[in-house]
Design a protein around this ligand. Sequence first.
Ligand SMILES: C[S@@+](CC[C@H](N)C(=O)[O-])C[C@H]1O[C@@H](n2cnc3c(N)ncnc32)[C@H](O)[C@@H]1O
Length: 225
Amino acid sequence: MEKLNKFKKIINKFYYEIFIENFKDKISFDFPQDYFRWDLIDYLIKKNNYLNYLEIGCDDDQLFSKVKIKNKIGVDPVSGGNVRKNSDDFFLENKDKFDLVFIDGLHIYEQVKKDIINSLKCLNENGIILVHDCMPDSLSKQAVPRYKMKWNGDVWKAIVDLRQREDLDIFTCEIDQGIGIITKKKNSSILKLNKPAKNLKFKDYYYNYKEYLRIIKLTDFKKLF
Ligand SMILES: C[S@@+](CC[C@H](N)C(=O)[O-])C[C@H]1O[C@@H](n2cnc3c(N)ncnc32)[C@H](O)[C@@H]1O
């Protein structure tokens, strides 16, 4: 995990608040306290008899070590997993196909979008892509460049961007910092935006996140998947 020194944190915070955005209100999410990303992944593996799992960004294997499946690949340039590369380099050479991909690498819109597009190319037909950290509750948790240790980044913009595509059906489950769920199916609720997703501000997200991300509760998720 990236280490931030105090000086860099202060500079980034002022830079963000002066030149990008300053918005104080916070969202109060209702994340369950007894159901996490590994539970969701275990549910999907068992329900669909999945065999092949890919995780982008593994850190200390908090999740990777818990995933029980026949074949698993974990990609991280620094620690954890079993492939020591960044995601771009991994996808350049990868020839494997996956049933389930968990994207949790660099939490910046452009990189997350690239990771999703690359994952779609190696996803089996009935496969699912999950994206972690889609629901920041405050501007500070989504600010890029980062100035907080607890950080979701602007992953949410990648979800909002791809919600405009006709060939992807996307939801976000309200658990564990928000988990995006992407399938290669006809979009059953196309999002219309009046500006590029990249240019959206936290304030736009604050007022529209339910529609932008197509938020569902865990109970709805289990009815749909
Ligand atoms: C939030 S942590 C992952 C946590 C883990 N997946 C879990 O569920 O607990 C993010 C990780 O992404 C890695 N990372 C950063 N940039 C990356 C990249 N371009 N490709 C792959 N991993 C990256 C970092 O080294 C860090 O270990």
